[in-house]
Design a protein around this ligand. Structure first.
Ligand SMILES: [Zn+2]
Length: 427
């Protein structure tokens, strides 16, 4: 799956993709007439996740036999309708190669801790992409059985860890308890969840001897869109979700406030002017503390549409808050804001849900907020790895803080927002 020029990509897709041919024809775009130079990219119709999902898998795939086999990757299905695409290789962006040369990691004993549904595509695509060296041993772990995999990590002297921020932190706490020297772990690749300052701080504290790479990626795309490392203090000052932009594999545009990517790869599900559901700010010529050549960075913010937000291993949905508020409709309107903060508590990463409600009656502000939180908590559901779980039951694990209730009479509409530090560069 080699990198190709934009022109090659457009004509390859025009010839071989049923999906794009139909979409472009229906919107009056004909590459033969309308695509002459790279700047003409802006005339190509934008495709949304909804549109991509509406086409069946066969027609959104341009699989050809010469660079298979392909593995099905899909978004975790937080909306109940997972979007699946095929991948056969995750490429190593230039920032990954920069850190690989720089750090002391050998990447010979590797532990992958990602949800099971992602394992086939994750392991095959990283293997083909050259993420492990030739003599590496690779272990696929189970995120629901970290005690066991901490033991295996010890026995195998794991030096390379591929996981999400919250799983890396939970694993570190277990390793520390078992008195396993965490300093064996020299390289970590973090992906799968937005970051917070609390997560970055804890990871640095636990894995002080490791170089940590953070990837901003989406399930549909064949490489990280942005990357940064534990050396990027300058990026962290802007936002915990600021990254060096991967310009080798993507063209990222900001189109009327929405971020749109074009993947410069001949992969089985081409992404041409695909609207990402995260709001992004681009900055050029950024000088970072890590020593990577000056270049563009992307700052990732709230989601466009804000139907849900995934953080700390949980996904929170507008629909579920609406449902939980049903018993209180005589007190509150159905306008609300749920903001998801993260903090460090007893060397663990805690997600803090702050719910802002709009009272209907003046006397509501004198009501007991704790009691209101208890009523909402009883029928509040969240999603974990594609499964619905009770927020109340999950509280016992102490990775979530009880719902915090606030009143605000100026709220309009329903929103789920990431932590204030992530939202800040956007307002
Ligand atoms: Zn940097």
């Amino acid at each position: 799956m080699k990198q190709i020029s934009l022109r090659e990509l457009i004509f390859y897709v025009w010839r071989s993709s049923h999906l794009y041919r139909k979409l472009w024809e229906s919107r009056g775009f004909d590459p033969e007439k309308d695509f002459h130079k790279d700047e003409d990219l802006k005339n190509i119709p934008v495709i949304t996740k909804k549109e991509l999902r509406a086409i069946d898998l066969k027609n959104r795939t341009t699989a050809s036999t010469y660079d298979g086999p392909y593995f099905l990757g899909f978004s975790s299905g937080t909306t109940g309708f997972p979007l699946s695409v095929f991948h056969n290789s995750y490429t190593k962006p230039s920032y990954y190669r920069f850190i690989e040369k720089l750090d002391a990691g050998k990447r010979t004993s590797c532990l992958i801790l990602r949800p099971w549904h992602m394992m086939p595509v994750f392991i095959n695509a990283t293997l083909k992409g050259g993420y492990f060296n030739s003599e590496a041993r690779v272990i696929c772990g189970d995120i629901n059985n970290l005690e066991f995999y901490a033991r295996l990590a010890k026995e195998n002297e794991v030096d390379y860890l591929l996981t999400s921020p919250h799983t890396a932190i939970r694993l570190a706490a277990i390793l520390e308890k078992k008195k396993y020297s965490i300093s064996y772990i020299k390289s970590i690749l973090i992906s799968g969840s937005p970051l917070s300052s609390a997560a970055i701080q804890l990871l640095k504290q636990y894995y002080g001897d490791a170089t940590i790479l953070y990837a901003y990626a989406i399930a549909e795309a064949p490489a990280a869109i942005g990357l940064k490392s534990s050396l990027c203090d300058a990026l962290n000052k802007i936002s915990p979700n600021a990254y060096h932009l991967n310009t080798e594999d993507y063209i990222l545009e900001i189109n009327r406030g929405a971020s749109v990517i074009t993947s410069l790869r001949k992969n089985p599900t081409p992404l041409i002017r695909y609207a990402i559901e995260d709001q992004i700010i681009l900055k050029n010529n950024f000088r970072c503390s890590c020593g990577f050549p000056n270049g563009p960075i992307c700052i990732v913010g709230p989601r466009i549409g804000e139907e849900f937000y995934k953080i700390g291993g949980y996904s929170f949905h507008i629909e579920h808050v609406k449902y939980a508020l049903k018993k209180l409709t005589y007190l509150f309107t159905d306008d609300f804001t749920l903001q998801l903060e993260q903090a460090v508590y007893e060397k663990q990463l805690i997600t803090i849900p702050r719910l802002f409600l709009k009272p209907r009656k003046w006397f509501v502000k004198f009501l007991n907020k704790k009691l209101i939180a208890e009523i909402i908590t009883k029928s509040f559901y969240i999603n974990q790895n594609g499964k619905y779980i009770s927020f109340k039951d999950e509280l016992q694990k102490k990775l979530l803080q009880p719902l915090e209730i606030n009143f605000n009479s100026t709220i309009k509409g329903r929103r789920i927002l990431p932590a204030s530090e992530t939202v800040k560069p956007f307002y």
